[in-house]
Design a protein around this ligand. Structure first.
Ligand code: NAP
Ligand code: 3JN
Length: 342
C-alpha cells in the first residue's frame, strides 16, 4: 500500500443489508478510505448513512457515478451489476461484485482470499472480480487446508441457511410469524413459499431441470472454479432454516489420501480465517448464534466418516452477511490496494 491519503471507494447498494455491512467492515478494519461514495436507487437518494461518525448522503447508482473511484463494491443485485459494473470498470474503478452475474465468466476471477488470492491478478482482463456465494465461501475456507494437504475427491454438503440471506424482508417475515404463532394468530408468508417459523425449507433460489436449485449448483460450479479442479465431485442440498444470522453446513468429504480427525483439527488451528471450536465434552461446537458479527469461519464436530476408508465429517458456520458477502469483498479490496493498485 503506497497511497497515504487513502482510496476512493464506492458502494453500489449501500442501503441494503450487505451494503450496510460493507460500511461496518470498512470501518472495523480501518480500510484507508479517502472518499466514500454511497449509491442506491432513486428511492434512497438523499438519505444519509453514517461512516466513522460522519453522515454521507446516498447518490443515484448510474453509469456516471464512478468517476475517480478506485474500488467499487457492488451489492445491488445481479441485474444492477450487469447494467453498471462494466461502466464502473470503464471509468477506471476495479469492481468487486457480490452477485452471481459474473461468477462463472472465465475472464473474471472468483475469489476467496484465504483460498485463491492469486486469482485476483486476473482482474485486469475486465476490471471486475466476483465474490462467490456465501455458502461456497465458508465451505472453501474450511476445506482449503485439507485440499492442499491430502486432496479431496468428493464433497457432500447440506446447508442450514439463515433468513438474512434473503434480505431484510425475510428477517421481518420470520419475526412476524413467530409473534403471530405466539399470539395464536394466522401466519402470513410472502418471501417464502411456505411458513419459515418452526420449519425447514429445502428450497433456496429457483429449481433447475436437473432437480437441484440454483443455490445448490452455485456451490458445485463455484467450488470447481475456485479450486481450479473440474474433477472434484460436489453435491449440495441447500436448506433455509428459521435462524436470523449465520449459515451452518454439514460437510462430508472423501479425500485422496487418508487423514485422521486429529490431523484435520491440527490443520484447522493454523488455517487462515478459521477458528476451531471443537470440544464436544463441554458442549462446545460452532453455533449460528455465536458466528454473528464474527470475521472467522467456525469449524467443529470434526470426525472420521466410519462408512468409508478416507472420509471426514465436519460442521462449518459463518456469518453469512460478513464472511459470506461484505467481509470477503473488503478482503479482496485489501489485497488490491496492497498488491495491485497504487
Ligand atoms: P437488500 O437488502 O434488498 O439491498 C438491495 C440494495 O440494492 C439496496 O441498496 C437497494 O437500494 C439497491 N438496489 C435495488 N434495486 C436498485 C436499483 N434499481 N438501482 C440502484 N440500486 C438498487 O439486499 P441484500 O441482502 O443487501 O443483497 C443485495 C445483493 O447482494 C443480492 O441481490 C445478491 O446479488 C448479493 N448477495 C450476495 C450474497 C453472497 O452470497 N455473496 C449474499 C447476500 C446478497 P434501495 O435501498 O434504494 O432500494
Ligand atoms: O440465500 C442466501 O442465503 C444467499 C443469497 C444469495 C443471493 C441472493 C439473491 C441474489 C444471491 C447470490 O449471491 O448468489 C443472488 C445473486 O446474485 O444471484
Amino acid at each position: 500500500m503506497t497511497r497515504e491519503e487513502g482510496y476512493n471507494i464506492a458502494i453500489a447498494g449501500a442501503t441494503g443489508a450487505v451494503g450496510g455491512a460493507m460500511l461496518d467492515v470498512l470501518e472495523r478494519r480501518n480500510f484507508p478510505v479517502k472518499e466514500l461514495r454511497l449509491l442506491a436507487s432513486e428511492r434512497s437518494v438523499g438519505k444519509k448513512l453514517v461512516f466513522k461518525g460522519r453522515e454521507i448522503p446516498v447518490q443515484l447508482l448510474d453509469k456516471n457515478a464512478f468517476a475517480g473511484i478506485d474500488v467499487a463494491l457492488f451489492s445491488a443485485g445481479a441485474s444492477r451489476s450487469l447494467d453498471f459494473a462494466p461502466a464502473a470498470a470503464e471509468a477506471g474503478a476495479v469492481v468487486v461484485d457480490n452477485s452471481s452475474a459474473f461468477r462463472m465468466d472465465p475472464e473474471i476471477p472468483l475469489v476467496v482470499p484465504e483460498v485463491n488470492a492469486h486469482a485476483i491478478a486476473q482482474y485486469t482482463k475486465r476490471g471486475i472480480i466476483a465474490n462467490p456465494n456465501c455458502s461456497t465461501i465458508q465451505m472453501l475456507v474450511a476445506l482449503k487446508p485439507i485440499y492442499d494437504s491430502v486432496g479431496i475427491k468428493r464433497i457432500v454438503v447440506s446447508t442450514y441457511q439463515a433468513v438474512s440471506g434473503s434480505g431484510a424482508n425475510a428477517i421481518e417475515e420470520l419475526k412476524n410469524q413467530v409473534k403471530a404463532y405466539a399470539a395464536g394468530e394466522k401466519l402470513q408468508n410472502n418471501v417464502y413459499p411456505h411458513q419459515i417459523a418452526f420449519n425447514c425449507l429445502p428450497h433456496i433460489d429457483s429449481f433447475l431441470d436437473n432437480g437441484y436449485t440454483k443455490e445448490e449448483m452455485k456451490m458445485v460450479n463455484e467450488t470447481r472454479k475456485i479450486f481450479e479442479d473440474n474433477s472434484i465431485g460436489v453435491t449440495a442440498t441447500t436448506v433455509r432454516v428459521p435462524v436470523v444470522f449465520g449459515h451452518s453446513e454439514s460437510i462430508n468429504i472423501e479425500t485422496d489420501r487418508k487423514i485422521s480427525a486429529a490431523e484435520v483439527k491440527e490443520l484447522m488451528l493454523t488455517a487462515p480465517g478459521v477458528k476451531l471450536v471443537d470440544n464436544p465434552a463441554d458442549n462446545e461446537y460452532p453455533l449460528a448464534l455465536d458466528s454473528e458479527g464474527k470475521f472467522e469461519t467456525l469449524v467443529g464436530r470434526i470426525r472420521e466418516d466410519e462408512s468409508i476408508e478416507k472420509g471426514i465429517n465436519m460442521w462449518v458456520v459463518a456469518d453469512n452477511i460478513l464472511k459470506g458477502a461484505a467481509l470477503n469483498a473488503v478482503q479482496i479490496a485489501e489485497v488490491l490496494i496492497e498488491k495491485y493498485i497504487d
